[in-house]
Write a protein that binds this ligand. Structure first.
Ligand code: COI
Length: 354
């Protein structure tokens, strides 16, 4: 156990809070007043600090910029009924950050630094947690190599940071997605299970091609034969087929989503049958044609549950039932939200109060 390190706090001289309307704030563009920073130098974490949100001084030779040695997390804080702040499953994000760090050869972030930095930052910026219906504070922890070296090797210096954005809904309407059978998000043996920046950067171009055709996002298939469904956009994908909650089983090309896990746990808690297994494109298409897919949605931190309106494949769009006729995802969304906002008991121990 390392000794607890003090976090130095430098408060902003000019809070921007009064300029923000939480009811209309766009996703990811408005940042809370402060950010947390920790440096890994000479084999140890040091210089833990909270400073005003602002630009970073960094070497142009930083490997994070050249080689994508950078990972991130996405998590949320919610305002509870008596004004308390509820963090949703923060330790799961901490664990996943370190799984990604191992894959990308970055230093492990100790639990204490992650949780103490997060708690101190949220405490300082607690007024930035929206109290609007559907509002939350999106928390973005991230870790990157901070060497000044243009060769390729495991780095020696790292920076861990947390920045926050007050947000409303990520998607305002149900999403139109199309099954991608040419481009690949991740392959077996690759970095798909890590929340590595490059996984997202490489997905933008194929997603843009789909957007040009009127879709919001892609349904990714496996990188070998494009035979099996993997994820949807930046989320896990889940279906209710023949009354069973079905989602692709985790693998090294699929991110272990915390929302995905929460949906599965709630479904099992309610006695619903769930299956984590391979889902082939053919199986999904057959079920769509036979109207056996009652619900389809993306599950992720930013969007929580993103209902899928239609799934495109080779020029044909297969429509799902209207969102108002989807009892499972509606209930998941309501009950998960009630747990997060402290309006309902938390049988799973998901909430961490600040
Ligand atoms: C999240 O849901 O937290 C994500 O990672 C999506 C993000 C890329 C906006």
């Amino acid at each position: 156990m390392t000794e607890t390190q003090t976090i130095a706090i430098q408060r902003t001289a000019a809070s921007r809070l009064a300029e923000v309307d939480f009811a209309t704030v766009p996703f990811g563009k408005v940042f809370a007043d402060h950010m947390f920073v920790a440096d890994f130098r000479n084999g140890e974490w040091k210089n833990l600090r909270i400073i005003p949100f602002g630009h970073l001084p960094m070497s142009p030779a930083t490997p994070a910029i050249h080689y994508g040695q950078a990972i991130f997390e996405g998590m949320k804080a919610f305002r509870g009924g008596s004004g308390e702040i509820n963090l949703f499953r923060p330790l799961d994000n901490w664990k996943r950050l370190n799984i990604s760090a191992e894959r990308m050869c970055l230093a492990q972030v100790p639990e204490e630094i992650f949780m103490d930095g997060l708690t101190a930052l949220i405490t300082l910026d607690r007024q930035w947690v929206p109290n609007t219906p559907g509002g939350s504070l999106y928390i973005r922890p991230f870790l990157f190599s901070a060497d000044e070296y243009i060769g390729i090797r495991p780095s020696e210096n790292f920076t861990f940071m947390i920045i926050n954005c007050p947000v409303g809904p990520y998607y305002s309407t149900p999403v139109k997605v199309c099954i991608e059978t040419h481009y690949t998000r991740a392959v077996a043996g690759g970095t798909g299970y890590a929340k590595a920046g490059g996984n997202y950067g490489g997905a933008i171009y194929p997603a843009k091609l789909a957007q040009d055709k009127g879709y919001h996002q892609l349904i990714w298939t496996d990188g070998k034969n494009h035979e099996y469904i993997e994820e949807s956009g930046t989320m896990n994908v889940m279906f209710v087929m023949d009354g069973v909650l079905v989602t692709p089983a985790l693998s090294d090309s699929i991110l272990a989503g915390i929302t995905r896990d929460s949906v599965l746990k709630l479904a099992r808690h309610w006695g619903m049958k769930t299956e984590e297994r391979k889902v082939s494109v053919n199986e999904l298409l057959a079920a769509l044609k036979e109207k056996r897919v009652q619900e389809a949605f993306g599950a992720g931190t930013a969007a929580t549950i993103a209902p899928i309106e239609l799934i495109g494949f080779e020029g044909t769009d297969y429509y799902l039932p209207p969102v108002s006729e989807r009892p499972f995802s509606g209930r998941v969304l309501r009950e998960m939200d009630a747990i997060k906002r402290g309006q309902q008991p938390d049988p799973f121990g998901w909430i961490h109060k600040v």
